[in-house]
Design a protein. Sequence first.
Length: 160
Amino acid sequence: MSPGPCLVIGVGNAMVGEDAFGGTVIALLRRRADLPAGVDLVDAQTDLLAFIDRFAAYDRVIVVDAVIGAGRAGEIAAFDEQTFAAWPDTRGGAHQVSALTALGLFRTLYPDAGTRITLVALSVDRVSSGTRVPEAAIAAGAELVARLWFAAADHKSGLQ
């Protein structure tokens, strides 16, 4: 049995340092030969709100973004929705409308959606145009996303 459809959506501004994390992870994932059927990759740039109406069509949504204060600067981690929904929105992102705000709006608009949302975050102290996302961070983010979608496939097929 294959997992239900999965949307992986990168968020960020490619011209602003670490904020390029989401889009660069999406670009790297697009080059993978083992991309499973049913996984859609989208670079939302800085406009996550333009895509939230699509979330309900997916069993799983993985949002990839640079997040201020999600851990030690440079750390990459996955957070389930229950965890990141409890964060104060001041820590929610490097955008005027953070991923946390957008995902809260999704739950308000689609309260019955069974979509599981995970945030894959590169933790940053601040976002500045003078820095670049390290290649190792991009590779680690892409690998974490791949582990999440393959784990979902194994779980759905009964493998643990």
